[in-house]
Design a protein around this ligand. Structure first.
Ligand SMILES: [Zn+2]
Length: 351
């Protein structure tokens, strides 16, 4: 039975990926303003030499940067506000072989090394193979280490003619001020919840409520929600929610092993959301939009057994635990979770 469920999930994932690839049109609906702003700047010959596309992960900023690159190099774009998709330049870009474009990219766990930035700066100093801009993209820019950032600085201070640098970043706090101050920032933010739900609903075979939950778990970022839905976390979340909400009847306290499989940050974040939902129910009646709306009735039922003061105390305890994890100081996760589970039992009024 397990195998059957797994294969169904795998099929669904393939479908999602194909749908998304086929149906995504850039700029995405929540990127229209940024697109028009940059296109106008280009038309008026006001485009700066360095752009920093900034905003939370999962909004499609890299897709936007690639599309804008294609627009700038398209042989037909002077006639319109978009690339044509069929000229030589567009075809070269779509095949990933345009000689005027270079991109350095890294996974979110890897750093961008100084050698990679040196290759970029050499590329920027060379003369162009084809007419028009030479464009370099760095993603995610916050993954440059100090040496990489310093190597890039010279290009930012003394830009070569007809060169555009596009930096894409999720976390402004990790970028050196020297880099920040030399780029024009273009901010991206999450779409309105309804717009995001509708957009994903048209492209994915998930129920509306599943999409709503995924978006709430992903700070409203559509591609982060897709990633969330495709992972194993939704199922583990359901189990964890049920475990939390049965604490008064479930005498089994040996369940910690299972929760150690989930990243502690993710687990505590989910727990914080459950507490926020319960506080909302207890204090703000009637309940409007819970984060875990798929557990609406279970949360309402559980809230009737909660002590408000104990719930606030637990809220503070979780905040301290999250700060501990984020501080980077080594923490005994098992002890931390055991303490949280013991305190969680105290949230429920004893009968
Ligand atoms: Zn074209």
């Amino acid at each position: 039975m397990n195998t059957q469920r797994k294969s169904k999930k795998a099929d669904r994932q393939v479908k999602i990926n194909q749908d998304l690839l086929a149906a995504v049109q850039i700029p995405l609906p929540w990127q229209q303003n940024q697109w028009h702003l940059l296109v106008q700047a280009h038309i008026q010959n006001n485009l700066p030499h360095a752009l920093l596309l900034l905003g939370p992960m999962g909004l499609g900023k890299k897709l936007f940067a690639q599309a804008f690159t294609q627009y700038l190099l398209c042989e037909q774009s002077s006639q319109q506000q978009h690339f044509c998709g069929s000229c030589t330049s567009c075809r070269l870009l779509q095949a990933g072989h345009h000689p005027n474009v270079m991109m350095v990219t890294a996974t979110h766990a890897d750093m961008i090394q100084v050698d990679e930035i040196r290759s970029l700066t050499e590329f920027m100093q060379r003369s162009a193979y084809l007419p028009g801009y030479r464009i370099v993209l760095i993603h995610p820019a916050q993954n440059m280490n100090l040496a990489s950032a310093n190597a890039l600085l010279k290009s930012l201070e003394e830009p070569s003619e007809n060169v555009l640098l596009i930096l894409i970043a999720d976390e402004i706090g990790r970028l050196p001020l020297t880099i920040l101050s030399r780029c024009i920032k273009v901010n991206f933010s999450s779409p309105e919840p309804n717009q995001a739900v509708n957009w994903l609903g048209e492209r994915m075979q998930f129920a509306r409520q599943e999409i709503e939950v995924a978006l709430k778990q992903s700070a409203g970022a559509p591609f982060a929600a897709v990633h969330w839905l495709q992972g194993s976390f939704p199922e583990l979340r359901q189990q964890f929610m049920r475990h939390l909400l049965s604490v008064d009847t479930n005498k089994d306290v040996t369940g910690i092993e299972k929760w150690l499989q989930i990243s502690t940050e993710q687990l505590l974040s989910l727990w914080q959301q459950v507490v926020l939902d319960l506080l909302t129910i207890v204090q703000v009646k009637p309940v409007t939009a819970l984060i875990n709306s798929d557990f609406n009735s279970e949360l309402v039922l559980f809230s009737q057994k909660c002590k408000l003061s104990a719930l606030w105390q637990f809220h503070d305890l979780l905040n301290v635990a999250v700060a501990q994890i984020k501080s980077g100081v080594p923490v005994n996760i098992r002890l931390l979770l055991e303490k949280c589970f013991i305190e969680w039992r105290r949230v429920v009024i004893e009968v």
